[in-house]
Design a protein around this ligand. Structure first.
Ligand code: ZN
Length: 65
């Protein structure tokens, strides 16, 4: 559903859980939390590869639609 692949070759994915929130959005869960960790901040989501330590930042956008 949503794939994560680090430059070191480590990869995993988020899969859809069939659980929905009150807005009809399906909840994702991490396939293998030994591969990557993520941290949700106020303005971004940070992903960290657990193999090589490389960190990625996904910034939030004000006009999310
Ligand atoms: Zn990596």
């Amino acid at each position: 559903m949503l794939r994560f692949e680090c430059e070191c070759g480590n990869k995993t994915a988020f899969f859809a859980t069939s659980d929905y929130d009150e807005h009809g959005r399906e909840v994702l869960d991490l396939e293998d939390d030994d591969c990557v960790s993520y941290e949700i901040g106020e303005a971004s989501v940070m992903f960290k590869c657990k193999f090589c330590g490389h960190r990625y930042l996904l910034p939030s956008f004000v006009e999310f639609k």
